[in-house]
Design a protein around this ligand. Structure first.
Ligand code: PMP
Length: 432
């Protein structure tokens, strides 16, 4: 059709004017024109069930009327900067985020992205501790700025090892392959703690350790129970701060908990947490929550012109209200639990599936070469294409290679949609 031709043409123009490293999904990338609930439509009229937009932008639902209305009303009144004038929606959202954060004496700083949030957390930690040494997890993803790339252990997303930080990478993210693969949970935790203690013997005392409670881009992998609690014991004895990157795990996505760090609650709340992505339901909001003592350690001005913009804050307030009033965390737990069951059933007997895992509406399927342990990025790409042909959008990720299918729908997913998506995915897996 002519609209399909025009998307192909747009892709040609995209490739001529945008960077080569801005890689899109699919051989023929999709131009999305509108969305509603858990569905999106391509320019050629194709309707897709969206099992990935939830983690990117759309935490609750596409075109949520409450958010659209709040944005339009605020945009019609005033869009200004929160940096020089009082910003009522920002104060209100900050109060709500501080209260929800679990961090005592919390202060909130709003940014425009997860990258900028993590950058701010690194700045705060470095100044507070007078050290630019940062501990980060292998296989981690924390953003695209120079310093965020410098704490990103996932080689597929870290174009340089040059960094303004002194980064020490800690084991603990993945152990499906490599030297720790044969260990049980307790042995793995002990080995990682020994590795951490060994690293602490080198160089400056680190400012902080930053970790994702569930590694997102790295393929939805969780550390074994007890690992982060054990790490924190070692680190807090030395005054090293804990930064929880909740950009993917925040706001109830993992079902059982509102924040990812709560799955490791034996160690108490982190010193700082960072958030972004879906809280604005597509409007660009990121931020840092820190204990006041840490947040207030800067003695120079530091502003983000668009961070806390009233129009994004209005979206955040409306979205958060919807999320809480409709108990979408509970929905993530219930519908996510059912979806995990369906996916496990769909994958039983599929030779290229190595593991089906996850919590809430953050589920991963790791693919391998049948009968081996070797990751299969080719199969992951093929399943993505087959699912698209069946009307389902999913994501991919993974550290060693991009061999994990990632499933993260908007948190309002219904049971019927979960079942429909699982059926499409089952056919896609079987076709591949
Ligand atoms: N941290 C994590 C855990 C992320 O998944 C991402 C984005 N994929 C970021 C930080 C960076 O967020 P942004 O793309 O908004 O800069």
């Amino acid at each position: 059709s002519s609209s399909a031709d025009s998307s192909a043409d747009l892709y040609g123009r995209h490739r001529r004017v945008l960077p080569d490293w801005l890689a899109l999904y699919y051989d023929e990338p999709i131009e999305l024109t509108h969305g509603e609930g858990r569905h999106v439509w391509g320019a050629d009229g194709t309707k897709y069930l969206d099992f990935f937009g939830g983690i990117l932008t759309t935490m609750t639902a596409h075109a949520l009327p409450e958010v659209t209305k709040a944005v339009a009303e605020q945009a019609g009144r005033i869009i200004h900067s929160s940096t020089l004038y009082l910003d009522r929606p920002m104060v209100e959202l900050a109060e709500r985020v501080a209260a929800l954060s679990g961090i005592p004496d919390a202060r909130v700083f709003f940014t425009t992205s997860g990258t900028e949030a993590n950058d701010t957390a690194l700045l705060l930690a470095s100044v507070y501790r007078n050290s630019n040494a940062i501990l980060a997890m292998r296989n981690s993803y924390h953003g695209r700025s120079f310093s965020a790339v410098g704490i990103t252990g996932n080689r597929a997303w870290s174009p340089t090892s040059l960094t303004p930080l002194q980064t020490l990478y800690v084991h603990g993210g993945v152990r499906t392959r490599g030297p720790y693969a044969h260990l049980d949970d307790a042995e793995f935790v002990a080995a990682c703690v020994a590795d951490l203690e060994d690293l602490l013997g080198h160089g400056r005392p680190p400012a902080a350790l930053i970790a994702e409670p569930v590694q997102g881009v790295g393929g939805f992998t969780s550390p074994p129970d007890g690992l982060y609690a054990a790490f924190r014991e070692v680190l807090s004895a030395r005054g090293v701060l804990w930064i929880s990157d909740e950009v993917q795990t925040g706001w109830g996505r993992t079902g059982d908990h509102f924040w990812g760090w709560q799955a490791h609650a034996a160690s108490g709340p982190p010193d700082m947490l960072t958030f972004a992505k879906g809280i604005g339901n597509g409007m660009s909001i990121g931020g840092v929550v820190a204990r006041a003592e840490v947040m207030n350690c800067l003695d120079a001005n530091s502003i983000s012109t668009f961070g806390g913009s009233p129009v994004t804050m209005a979206a955040g307030l409306a979205n958060l209200t919807y999320l809480l009033e409709h108990d979408l965390q509970g929905n993530a737990r219930r519908v996510g639990g059912l979806l995990l069951e369906r996916l496990r059933a769909a994958c039983a007997g599929v030779a290229c599936v190595r593991e089906v895992r996850g919590r809430g509406l953050m589920l991963g399927i790791e693919l391998c070469e049948p009968g081996t342990d070797r990751p299969s990025p080719e199969r992951a790409t093929a399943v993505l294409e087959a699912a698209r042909a069946g009307g389902l959008l999913i994501g991919k990720g993974g550290g060693h290679s991009t061999s994990v299918l990632r499933i993260a729908p908007p948190l309002s997913l219904t049971v019927a949609e979960a079942e429909e998506g699982a059926a499409i995915l089952e056919r896609a897996l079987q076709a591949v």
